[in-house]
Design a protein. Structure first.
Length: 266
């Protein structure tokens, strides 16, 4: 019979020579989950020229086999409600919805608050000085962040007249759109000087309502920076520190898609 001391020494030697245990997997950011999406329904705000959202019942009741069953069919334009703009929406040859790297839609977020200026001017253009003022207080925007712009217009949802500037439908109503957006010069500054993964806003468009050339769309999307539009509840996020998860329906070749987006606030 082997001596107990020898057995102990053997076990200690084996333990010392064994490979270290694998590292613990990274923990998903902990904190309060905030839903930044508007629900799709009869009152969902769409561009005046887009068909509204429809939900049609296929089944709703007890089957012959005795169990309850419900199913629906939905119809929606790509660019209505809380949704993602794929870069190809305004930049030929750039990424479609299914081609956007998921890494661009998940990560740290910063919030630039322009609610005061937007309340005073529905046609407010978010400009470079807004970004510089934010950075003077919080430091330079880190590379790879998702930039969120809070105008306060989400509080007007779903009143189309208050949110868009008009409740009228059709091509003629487009001229009556009034809501804030990003100044093209600010979009150019972001592309040239910062490395953001995506940009989001709590209005119907990255460009302001009176835009006819959609220059900010074109500048940002040419750089493959996707846009998140019609966001909600940005007032619940800090200027820095939140993490965003923005996952659209993966539509092959889509120029946009419905979006469920959440923030995790530490």
């Amino acid at each position: 019979m082997k001596h107990p001391l020898l057995i102990l020494l053997f076990l200690l030697a084996a333990a010392c020579s064994a490979p270290p245990p694998p590292p613990e997997p990274p923990v998903f950011p902990a904190g309060t989950v905030v839903d930044l999406s508007h629900a799709y329904g009869d009152d969902t705000v769409f561009w005046p020229t887009a068909d509204p959202f429809r939900l049609e019942s296929v089944a709703d009741g007890v089957t012959e086999a005795g169990y309850y069953y419900a199913a629906n069919v939905f119809f929606a334009a790509e660019h209505g409600g809380t949704h993602v703009d794929a870069p190809v929406h305004f930049a030929e040859g750039r990424q479609a919805v299914d081609e956007i790297p998921v890494e661009r839609l998940v990560g740290p977020a910063v919030v630039v608050d322009v609610t005061e200026a937007s309340a005073a001017d529905a046609d407010y253009l978010v400009n470079v000085s807004d970004f510089e003022a934010w950075e003077a207080e919080h430091g330079e925007m880190p590379s790879g962040v998702i930039l969120l712009i809070r105008t306060g217009f989400a509080s007007r949802w779903p009143d189309a007249a208050a949110y868009l500037g008009t409740a009228e439908r059709g091509e003629d109503a487009v001229a009556d759109l009034h809501f804030p957006g990003v100044d093209p010069a600010a979009a150019e500054w972001l592309v040239a000087n910062r490395s953001i993964n995506a940009i989001g806003i709590d209005t119907a468009s990255i460009d302001y309502g009176q835009s006819s050339l959609f220059e900010s769309h074109r500048i940002l999307y040419a750089a493959n920076i996707p846009g998140l539009e019609n966001l909600n509840a940005l007032d619940r996020l800090p200027a820095t520190g939140a993490h965003l998860v923005a996952l659209p329906m993966k539509i092959a070749g889509g120029s946009g898609a419905p979006l469920r987006v959440i923030a995790i606030v530490p």
